[in-house]
Write a protein that binds this ligand. Structure first.
Ligand SMILES: Cc1cc2nc3c(=O)[nH]c(=O)nc-3n(C[C@H](O)[C@H](O)[C@H](O)COP(=O)(O)OP(=O)(O)OC[C@H]3O[C@@H](n4cnc5c(N)ncnc54)[C@H](O)[C@@H]3O)c2cc1C
Length: 457
């Protein structure tokens, strides 16, 4: 009988087990999770009528793998779309509306862009000159920052694109790989010549299909953790889930792999779904893994605060704001959860989700949790100009949690995978270090791995 071990009981590991258990019902599949709970970074707080995500918050609807999994688990009817509304940029102590029609900050409609008070006229002219620009002068990979600066100029970068894009990866966009993070912009540029023409074409297409822009994000009424609960409850019977089991070593033997800290039976095959730093304990003797093990990870803290609506003394215009990097605050963004996701919050309450952790600023790692809570409150009160005190604050500190796909990431992963395929037969590596850092990316990688490598045996 084939025996397969999966390391990591987060969303990626559990979905792999779920799909593999179905594809090969006669195999024995064991999942090892070092913590006392499954779900990894996904954590939902369900108390007193609140359903609040303290880890990841929602997923991008266009990434279909996640919706497919949710439907398969019978949770499709609990999917909720975000309420749309004006989002803002905070700069120079003021809130500026993000120009209507902008896609990740890139304008697609002339009038709202021209009217925007966020950008100076020279900044607007520089961005519009992109219409006449040719593609970025390289065929290879380039940083997100360099690419957009070339097309749209410094002011657009600093005030619009940088705060919007850096929030997703929590890192320095002048180091992050365009091909590994937003490959669609590179292909759009190749097709249309520049960003403005590409964006105008995208807008035309949207208009032609008659679809109005709607909420792009999805949550579940029971919270994201309900996906984890459903996966655990509906796991095929040939899958065994082990908690509190730290896999301390991986030894390659003739029959496959022996895992330290587990029942030690050799497994024919091994699937790893953990973050990059965990490879340090297993492959430190093999220098080919060095780039993976030493991959940069950004840190952030999220302070989620619940307020009494009656005494909340600031207007909640729109759904939230992002903060430009040059503002003197460790905060990077704030989402009005009770506006964007009304189903998460009792009607008489307001919930804010405040993000901290700028590239190059170690506040998040330096301060203890109480100090971070105090700092988040002090700063958000200053920015939004209110005095109300929260009824509760939940702080999640995610130290070194978000892999940074630097320029050349795809090549690095291709080199490593080609090497591992030869040197470690039966070893499969998926998850956030490899091909996408979002939840749906993990589910997609799980499904693709099972379909391509395991289904036809
Ligand atoms: C601040 C932040 C905000 C985010 N927001 C979003 C969002 O809004 N939307 C979105 O789509 N994505 C978001 N993400 C990304 C999302 O959290 C991840 O894509 C997803 O949780 C990854 O799941 P995973 O199973 O691959 O990894 P993880 O959740 O990291 O799970 C890996 C598991 O492996 C276990 N493990 C590690 N080492 C060992 C070992 N030696 N032995 C056994 N087990 C081990 C860990 O305990 C963990 O449970 C966010 C990430 C961060 C950091």
């Amino acid at each position: 009988m084939n025996r397969v071990a999966i390391i990591g009981g987060g969303l990626t590991g559990l979905s792999t087990a779920y799909y593999l258990g179905q594809a090969q019902p006669s195999w024995q599949i064991d999942v090892y999770e070092k913590e006392s709970r499954f779900g990894g970074k996904i954590k939902t707080k369900r108390v007193d009528g609140y359903v609040v995500e303290v880890g990841p918050d929602s997923y991008l609807a266009r990434k279909q793998a996640m919706t497919d999994l949710i439907n398969e688990l019978g949770l499709g009817e609990t999917i909720v779309t975000n309420a749309t509304g004006q989002a803002f940029i905070y700069n120079d102590n003021r809130m500026f509306p993000i120009p209507g029609g902008a896609i990740v900050g890139i304008p697609t409609e002339f009038v709202p862009f021209a009217k925007s008070t966020l950008l100076s006229w020279p900044g607007k002219f520089r961005a519009m000159q992109d219409y006449f620009k040719s593609p970025y002068p390289t065929d290879g990979d380039v940083s997100i920052g360099e690419f957009f600066r070339y097309h749209l100029g410094n002011e657009m970068m600093d005030k619009l694109i940088e705060p919007l894009l850096s929030g997703i990866y929590g890192g320095n966009i002048y180091e992050l790989s365009l091909d590994a993070t937003f490959p669609e912009f590179h292909s759009m540029e190749r097709k249309y010549g520049n960003m403005v023409k590409g964006m105008l074409a995208a807008r035309k297409q949207r208009g032609a299909s008659g679809t109005k822009p709607s909420g792009q994000f999805r949550q579940l009424t029971g919270g994201l953790e309900s996906i984890i609960d459903a996966l655990v409850a509906q796991m095929p019977s040939n899958v065994t889930l082990y908690k509190n089991t730290d896999v301390t070593s991986i030894e390659k033997v003739a029959a496959g792999y022996v895992l330290g800290g587990t029942v030690m039976t050799p497994y024919n095959e091994l699937i790893i779904t953990t973050p990059p730093q965990s490879y340090g304990a297993w492959f430190k003797e093999d220098s080919k893994f060095n780039e993976l093990i030493s991959m940069d990870l950004s840190s952030c803290a999220i302070a989620i605060m619940g307020f009494d609506r009656a005494s909340f003394d600031a207007p909640l215009n729109g759904t939230g704001f992002v903060i430009t990097r040059k503002c003197k605050t460790p905060l990077t963004a704030c989402t009005y959860i009770s506006v964007k996701w009304p189903q998460t919050t009792p009607e008489d309450r307001v919930v804010l989700r405040v993000f901290m952790g700028k590239p190059g600023d170690d506040t998040v790692q330096r301060l203890d949790e109480e100090s971070l809570k105090e700092l988040a409150l002090e700063e958000i009160q200053k920015i939004m100009n209110f005095t109300a005190k929260p009824l509760w604050t939940e702080l999640t500190r995610l130290n070194k949690s978000m892999p940074q796909y630097k320029v050349g990431h795809r090549d690095m992963i291709a080199r490593l995978t080609a090497y591992a395929n030869k040197a470690y037969p039966g070893l499969h590596m998926i998850g956030t270090p490899f091909d996408g850092v979002g939840m749906p990316d993990g589910v997609r990688q799980a499904k693709t791995l099972v379909d391509k490598q395991f289904s036809n045996r």
